[in-house]
Design a binder for this molecule. Structure first.
Ligand SMILES: Cc1cc2nc3c(=O)[nH]c(=O)nc-3n(C[C@H](O)[C@H](O)[C@H](O)COP(=O)(O)O)c2cc1C
Length: 122
């Protein structure tokens, strides 16, 4: 049912908080169960189902920038999502909200602005 809805959608927004430099177990289970969208065109394996044309991948992580990226926290989570979604052969955009454990008003504004601009340019 959920997979059918995914197939009928133009865009999928897939988000997971960063847990131990990776996606959460719930997000991983979801990806595991969505394997029918996999395409390996080089091997002649084409997805038989309808699929969205675009995917937006979002993560939030506790570590502030640049530590979120230097130590691979946020990048690890986004990479795990990309590994899955790249096999859908769809356009991918990513969004990372860093520093969620030391959240102040100013950084909150910046993150919302970044998210707004991403939404506007989909
Ligand atoms: C089990 C667990 C593991 C986490 N691992 C990381 C991590 O590896 N790197 C990081 O920057 N933040 C980590 N965090 C912080 C979360 O990414 C942060 O709490 C989340 O982005 C904010 O969402 P929340 O309000 O649901 O906690 C972890 C949080 C939990 C609960």
């Amino acid at each position: 049912m959920m997979l059918d809805k995914m197939g009928q959608s133009d865009i999928i927004v897939f988000a997971s908080p960063t847990y131990v430099s990776n996606v959460t177990s719930v997000a991983k289970a979801f990806m595991d169960r969505s394997i029918r969208f996999f395409e390996m065109t080089k091997l002649g394996l084409k997805c038989r189902y309808d699929k969205p044309s675009k995917v937006i991948l979002i993560t939030s992580c506790g570590a502030p920038f640049p530590f979120s990226h230097i130590f691979g926290f946020a990048t690890g989570c986004i990479r795990a999502m990309k590994v899955f979604f790249k096999y859908m052969n769809v356009k991918i955009k990513t969004f990372t909200a860093t520093g969620m454990t030391c959240f102040d008003k100013e950084s909150c504004k910046k993150i919302f602005k970044k998210a707004y601009n991403l939404g506007k340019n989909i």
